[in-house]
Design a protein. Structure first.
Length: 298
């Protein structure tokens, strides 16, 4: 296993197709396919499910992706350490929504502190509406939020990560061994509805196109409550890979299953006021995130 294997694996997982990964990396499709085959042979399991729709990471593949990100991020840090000037001092007012603050931002804050020790981040947790007001009024320089929820013509945005949404079920649930499940079957189960970060609105929006409706047992803003209810087989839910953890607080396992009808991804990214030049701190922050999520820069 080498860094080439990891680069090609990450690019394929992020783009969902070998052809797109090859274009992003400016290499041949056969090189990507060969590297993934070599990698799967070495780790002893399939990392992707192949279908006419493209390449979908398996459960093992999603766990492997997390490790690959960490390794490549460390490499990026070492390269950045050689390039950056530690004397650069800047301040940035950064706002983030609840989901981003809890499940996306922490590891990046730790890396930023090491890479840019003189970057002072004034961090706020706000909802999307509050962030939009802050960006317009200038009390916030830049924000990290769910860009899939953003719809404001006067704000610019850039998506960094598209996190697939999947069905969560208890390990003993009848769907746990399935490769995919239809919404007609999910509608027959009790459904645990997460409400934070407009999750309920998003859920109802894509369910409306299925011809079915979720049988809601509980609505809650607590992700851990959703995780516990699902793990204890008190219902199912559909949430993104970014917030998924394989175990509940009680230590019960949670499985994920793909839905037969595609579900919109949960997109995480940057937002700022359109037409306003970013300050040094915001520029540095934006550059860091672009480098972290652009596979072609590794």
């Amino acid at each position: 296993m080498n860094l080439r294997h990891l680069k090609y694996f990450v690019a394929t997982a992020e783009t969902g197709q070998v052809s797109r990964a090859a274009r992003a990396l400016s290499i041949s499709q056969s090189a990507v396919t060969g590297a993934i085959t070599d990698l799967e042979r070495e780790v002893g399991t399939e990392l992707f499910s192949r279908s006419p729709r493209g390449m979908e990471p398996t459960a093992a593949g999603r766990e492997f992706l997390s490790g690959a990100y960490e390794i490549l991020s460390r490499l990026d840090e070492m390269r950045a350490l050689a390039r950056r000037s530690s004397s650069l001092s800047a301040k940035v007012r950064l706002a983030a929504t609840y989901t981003v603050m809890g499940y996306f931002l922490p590891r990046h804050l730790e890396r930023l502190a090491r890479l840019h020790p003189n970057l002072e981040i004034d961090l706020l947790e706000l909802n999307r509406a509050e962030i939009e007001i802050g960006l317009r009024e200038g009390s916030i320089d830049i924000a990290l939020l769910l860009t899939s929820n953003l719809d404001a013509a006067d704000l610019a945005s850039e998506t960094l990560l598209r996190s697939p949404r999947r069905l969560w079920v208890a390990s003993g649930h009848r769907f746990a061994s399935r490769t995919e499940v239809g919404f007609d079957e999910i509608a027959q189960c009790d459904y645990i509805m997460l409400t934070v970060d407009e999750a309920a609105q998003t859920t109802r929006r894509y369910w409306s196109g299925t011809g079915h409706a979720p049988r809601i047992r509980l609505e809650t803003s607590a992700v851990e409550a959703v995780r516990s209810m699902v793990a204890n087989d008190r219902g199912v839910t559909i949430l993104s890979d970014m917030v998924h953890r394989p175990f509940s607080l009680e230590g019960r396992r949670i499985r994920t299953v793909t839905t037969s009808m595609p579900v919109p991804t949960m997109d995480v990214g940057l937002a700022w006021r359109r037409g306003v030049e970013l300050g040094p701190g915001a520029k540095l922050l934006a550059h860091y995130f672009r480098c972290s999520f652009d596979a072609s820069l590794f």
